[in-house]
Design a binder for this molecule. Structure first.
Ligand code: DX5
Ligand code: ZN
Length: 228
């Protein structure tokens, strides 16, 4: 699979979301960080804001739910217009049922893991998912430093995805920039969230292109080394 870039709108101007989305027309998705002040110590936005942006943006919405009780709340984000909905497995009471419900409602189902959460206990549920999100910072805030300790888990997750077959995307989120994207792509990630790197750049759309090019070349070298 090719490289996809999904800028985090958390780093954009919340007073001008429509215009901010238009500044990154080359982005594959718009990453929307939903925080509830319980699962993480920060409060951002909910389904009404996603619904408003989905109506005016040209890119599809990738909703990242950092909330308690996603079993109860996640389906409403599909109804609000998100094309991909990510829940945290640490917060989900019944992740298999939830993933099936998200898919049944018509969105891609995705499961997120905090830095200290291992992937191995969830290997058998990979076929229920369209994407796995490996957090590379503790969720809650933009602008944090990338955690290199997550790289082995990205690699192991890519191996598990290969073993189970299926077209499951592997997303990374947190501290992704021109400094760190190659490490992630080399480890097997193919969908990249970047907030401060994109919106902190003079030309956000040009940064999207730069990140895509760096990711693609690192992915290419990865594929080359592991031919068998
Ligand atoms: C953090 C959020 C991220 C955040 C990334 O909890 O999930 O999506 O916006 O921001 P950067 O790219 O600045 O680390
Ligand atoms: Zn996020």
């Amino acid at each position: 699979m090719g490289i996809q870039i999904t800028p985090s709108m958390l780093a954009s101007d919340f007073a001008n979301l429509e215009a901010e989305a238009a500044r990154i027309s080359g982005a594959d998705w718009l990453h929307m960080d939903v925080m509830d002040n319980h699962f993480v110590p920060n409060l951002t936005l909910g389904a009404p804001v996603i619904e408003a942006l989905a109506k005016v943006a040209s890119q599809p919405i990738d909703a990242h739910l950092m909330i308690e009780d996603p079993d109860r709340w996640a389906p409403a984000y599909v109804e609000a217009g998100a094309s991909s909905v990510t829940f945290h497995v640490e917060a989900a009471a019944a992740p298999v049922r939830l993933a099936r419900e998200i898919r049944a409602k018509g969105a891609r189902a995705s499961m997120a893991l905090k830095p200290a959460t291992p992937i191995e206990p969830y290997a058998d549920m990979l076929p229920e998912l369209d994407m796995v999100l490996i957090m590379t910072v503790e969720p809650g805030f933009g602008g944090q430093k990338f955690l290199d300790l997550c790289l082995p888990k990205i690699r192991r997750t890519r191996e598990l995805i290969k073993r189970h077959g299926g077209d499951i995307w592997l997303q990374v989120d947190g501290g992704v920039s021109v400094e760190t994207i190659e490490r992630c792509a080399d480890a097997g990630a193919d969908v990249f969230v970047a907030g401060s790197a994109v919106f902190g750049a003079d030309d956000p759309d040009d940064m999207v292109s730069r990140l895509r090019a760096l990711g693609a070349s690192a992915q290419g070298s990865h594929a080359g080394r592991h031919v068998h």
